[in-house]
Write a protein that binds this ligand. Sequence first.
Ligand code: MG
Length: 203
Amino acid sequence: MKIICIGRNYVDHAKELNNPVPTEPVFFLKPDTALLPKNNPFVYPSFSKNVQHEVEIAIKINRLGKHIEKKFAHKYYNEIGIGVDFTARDVQQQCKEKGLPWEKAKAFDGSAPTSKFLKIDEFEDINNLNFSLKINGEVKQQGNTKDMIFNFNEIIAYVSKFFTLKIGDIIYTGTPAGVNPIKINDKLECFIEDKKMLGFNVK
Ligand code: MG
């Protein structure tokens, strides 16, 4: 499986990093080794001094597809979860300055702790869903999927022009504002509405 991550999909986050608001989706990939095995801590990578959290709603692909039209995109996922797109911001900044790809900063082992997935019909409206990240019990990031620049169906239509989507692929749909560094011994918890979906520690 692959993890497809959408960048700069919330205006307030694009602005906080001084990035332009995109006119088409920005995306990158993480390999399956970016998933964090259940009950494992996130191990702070030795190559960075500024790993930041980006809490994001994720959807799971349940049908094989390529060149999916937006009007059919809703048939390609029926489960939703949440995850953290960990980013070595210092390494990413160096990559950006040199015009190099971001993989070192984004796709390292354990960089995508992902929750369990729930059926989307457990939620009233996935296009109006509150989600949040707490660190050590304090809310550090919160967002609502209605603020996404590109919604779930638009993302699927766009990404599937380039990649065949396969069953089990996960799409991270972008982070709202509030990204900040994490520290060793932090305890992270991710929520969709009031439901705790994911929890792990930084080691
Ligand atoms: Mg992200």
